[in-house]
Design a protein around this ligand. Structure first.
Ligand SMILES: *Cc1c(COP(=O)(O)O)cnc(C)c1O
Length: 395
């Protein structure tokens, strides 16, 4: 274990907190009952645990427990929200609005709906990654039924103005969905104050288990109708059939509880670590920050590096740190990230990008090691690049 690279990819997933695991373990073995079994104590124990976790989740976002639908993660929640609303309200309107820099778990269901006959407007973002509220307002049409805008971006960490978007949508009777997979437990989320109607959540970005998430669906005023996408035993008020995964649900509740309790101190600590890394890296020059400098997740630092080859950069960093690059491999070729392209970054700079995702278990010492190795890697790659161009000038 000790020789593995430093884990700095906490926007992709997080290690599970030992305290979360400890809460989960009895529900795999001793308390294994089906929460839907109403005739015996095995079922009651499991049901009580699910109830408690559901309350924790609801309280975390100022919702009520009846508004929480447990799912397998944010991907499923996004699909249920978007397809569920589209199917339930297509007689009211067929226009949907979202943003170019959304996660594929939002973009792909929206394109699927587009193929079914819905109309989709994808808003651009500004060079800092934030949407322009005037552009959103102008995109709204009489037949718009849903606006879907993420809370925090998974690549560049920027925080969209949820309360302003929510107010705009509420005034016009349009539902507002937000993918808050990256935001839960990291920034305050309040579905009342922010006028949010649907919100996708997941546990594995906040030191909880993978394979569990939730969709908040407003039941108070206005009440959102959803067409279920999984039919079966009628669990989750008929919105999502399937036996509840008690250990994961218990873990989700505990992960949320811990994240909320530690949010303030952890935000301060991560902000310091991010600044420590950024200040060291900028001594190199020709390093660019992707995303708004302050309207962002505390632990996310995404940079583009001029004068180096992106692939070589990642290979050079790999022995020391686990980070993500600014490109995604599709089956046939390497493409620059759609998020960095949306900021207006050139292909070259988008390829030579690194996402540092600093998390709960990273230390200041690790950040120093990461900064040092990143700097020396970039310096030597730039030397190679310079001698290459020197050689081609001579030729
Ligand atoms: C991680 C992530 C998802 C996918 O969540 P899963 O629980 O892994 O399905 C969706 N949206 C965003 C913004 C994410 O960061």
């Amino acid at each position: 274990m000790s020789n593995r690279p430093i884990y700095l990819d906490n926007n992709a997933t997080t290690p599970m907190d030992e305290r979360v695991l400890a809460e989960m373990i009895p529900y795999f073995t001793e308390h294994f009952g089906n929460p839907a079994s109403i005739n015996h104590v095995y079922g009651w124990e499991a049901e009580a645990a699910v109830k408690k976790a559901r309350e924790t989740l609801a309280n975390a976002i100022n919702a009520i427990p009846e508004e929480i639908i447990l799912t397998s993660g944010a991907t499923e929640s996004d699909n249920l929200a978007l397809k569920g609303v589209a199917e339930a309200y297509f007689n009211k309107g067929r226009h949907l609005i979202s943003v170019v820099s959304e996660h594929n778990a939002v973009l792909d269901p929206l394109h699927y709906l587009e193929n079914l006959g819905f109309e989709l407007t994808l808003l651009p973002v500004q060079s800092d990654g934030l949407i322009d509220l005037n552009v959103l307002e102008n995109a709204i049409r009489p037949d718009t039924i849903l606006v879907s805008i993420m809370a925090a971006n998974n690549e560049i960490g920027v925080l969209q103005p949820l309360a302003e978007i929510g107010e705009l949508c509420r005034d016009r009777n349009i539902f507002f969905h937000t993918d808050a997979a990256q935001a839960l437990g990291k920034i305050p989320l309040d579905v009342e104050e922010m006028n949010i109607d649907l919100m996708s959540l997941t546990a594995h970005k906040i030191y909880g288990p993978k394979g569990i998430g939730a969709l908040y669906v407003r039941r108070r005023n206005p009440r959102v109708k959803l067409a279920p996408q999984l039919h079966g035993g009628g669990h989750e008020r008929g919105m999502r059939s399937g036996t509840l995964y008690t250990p994961q649900i218990v873990g989700f509740g505990e992960a949320v509880k811990l994240a909320l309790k530690e949010m303030k101190t952890e935000t301060e600590r991560l902000t310091k670590l991010r600044q420590q890394l950024w200040e060291k890296l900028t001594t190199l020059g020709d390093i660019y920050l992707n995303g708004h400098p302050t309207q962002r997740l505390a632990g996310n630092l995404n940079i583009s590096v001029a004068g180096v080859d992106g692939q070589a950069l990642l290979l050079g960093l790999q022995p020391v740190m686990a980070v993500s690059s600014g490109s995604a491999c599709t089956s046939t070729k390497i493409e620059p990230s759609h998020v960095l392209a949306a900021l207006g970054r050139s292909d070259g700079l988008a390829y030579a990008s690194i996402r540092f995702g600093i998390g709960r278990f990273n230390t200041s010492d690790e950040i120093d090691q990461v900064a040092e190795h990143t700097i020396s890697t970039i310096q030597s790659l730039r030397k190679v690049q310079q001698s290459k161009s020197f050689a081609s000038n001579l030729a």
